[in-house]
Design a protein around this ligand. Structure first.
Ligand SMILES: *Cc1c(COP(=O)(O)O)cnc(C)c1O
Length: 384
């Protein structure tokens, strides 16, 4: 079966991992730091802190903003569940913001409306997590303006968007947010096997992120010396976790990031082929924002109806393409319904997911296969 996305592993990637396996450090060592510097430099942020996956990095991001029991964290109604779950890890309540039905991105006017209401009800969120769905940045400038008015802090779940750009700058430069988080799961724009990265321009946040990554243990001698002169002294001042990434994973990450711009070009070529072949189709690609260069993590198309979408999914499955839907709205999840979420409070999210599917797009996928996928889709959508 051809998946909607998968990793591209080169001989150099494999050798990089083998080199680490033959070295002294296989867990968190010098290659983790090398990976962090490479990601910070790539996206133009001052600091990068590696994590075992993006979900853990999101959890720590919210800890850095002191999210705790009784707080509200808002997320777009359409995202992967991890975006919302990280708020639950902190004991916070999750609120959802409806999305634009033609992009799946958080809708600034919906956000504004919901914040005005929340202000009157004295239930303003502490943090908004924005998601750059499919690799296209949300309208960060506008969202940051709105959040500033209401004193809401901003985190970017950029799991889809490494290599993407917004207003001519790489996603992750944190121009409009305090923290951004990337994922290196194999389906994402590049991989470290498992892995995540938290980026920020604030040194104090990066330092605390490193402490939270490692049980809260502080080995900073000058600081520790206040209490003890003992060598190798460490102190725990707050509850941390074991969220470390390994040098094995980081070696793959370092090798992959040197290929990331090639991946981006290949993804752009494939996306251009899809766009051209779908130009007079009933299947509509997501609307593209002129301020953005997408990472093309996903190539999402929208069908005229739920029934046609499902028929296309079945047809592609029969023909060996295991495509997926990104995503059923989080308020539809039984867990979030059990906490009081009501799916039909987010009509645009319902419209988005019920008609959308993600066609295969990844480095190594062939233009000839794009032709085949489009022909299969058209055979269904034209017949109805
Ligand atoms: C993949 C993904 C995550 C989680 O990433 P992991 O590295 O698998 O923890 C979070 N948010 C979004 C939007 C994702 O797509």
């Amino acid at each position: 079966m051809t998946p909607y996305s998968r990793q591209s592993i080169s001989e150099d990637d494999i050798e990089a991992v083998i080199r680490v396996l033959k070295s002294n450090f296989i867990t968190q060592g010098p290659v983790v730091e090398e990976f962090e510097r490479a990601v910070a430099e790539y996206c133009g942020a001052t600091h990068a802190v590696a994590f075992v996956n993006a979900t853990c990095a999101l959890h720590v991001a919210l800890k850095l903003l002191d999210v705790t029991v009784g707080d509200n964290v808002w997320v777009p109604a359409v995202s992967f569940v991890a975006t919302a779950n990280c708020a639950r890890f902190c004991g916070a309540e999750v609120g959802f913001v409806d999305v634009a039905p033609d992009t799946g991105l958080i809708c600034p006017s919906e956000l504004e409306k919901k914040l005005e209401l929340a202000k009157r009800e004295r239930r303003l969120p502490k943090v908004l997590i924005v998601v750059h769905l499919a690799g296209q940045s949300a309208d960060m400038e506008r969202i940051a303006q709105i959040c500033q008015i209401y004193g809401v802090r901003l985190v970017e779940d950029a799991a889809h968007a490494l290599s993407g750009e917004y207003m001519g700058k790489k996603v992750g430069c944190c121009l409009f947010s305090e923290i951004a988080v990337f994922s290196f799961h194999p389906v994402k724009p590049m991989t470290s096997g498992e892995g995540g990265m938290l980026v920020t321009n604030q040194a104090s946040q990066a330092r605390r992120a490193r402490l939270l990554r490692e049980h809260g243990l502080d080995r900073d001698v000058s600081h520790a010396a206040k209490l003890s002169d003992a060598p190798l002294h460490y102190e725990q001042h707050e509850l941390g976790y074991n969220y470390r990434l390994s040098d094995i994973h980081s070696a793959l990450g370092v090798s992959q990031i040197s290929r990331l711009d090639h991946f981006l070009c290949e993804r752009e070529d494939l996306a251009a082929s899809y766009l051209q072949r779908l130009s007079d189709s009933n299947l509509k690609p997501l609307k593209r924002n002129t301020d953005c260069r997408s990472s093309w993590h996903l190539f999402v198309v929208q069908c005229d109806s739920f029934e046609i979408r499902n028929a296309i999914l079945r047809k592609l499955g029969d023909e060996g393409f295991s495509v997926k839907i990104h995503y059923m709205p989080i308020p539809n999840q039984p867990y979030y319904q059990s906490l009081g979420a009501r799916p039909y409070d987010y009509p645009k999210a319902q419209s988005y997911w019920s008609r959308s599917l993600s066609l295969p797009l990844f480095p190594g996928f062939q233009i000839s296969e794009v032709d085949r996928v489009v022909a299969l889709c058209e055979s269904i959508s034209r017949a109805r």
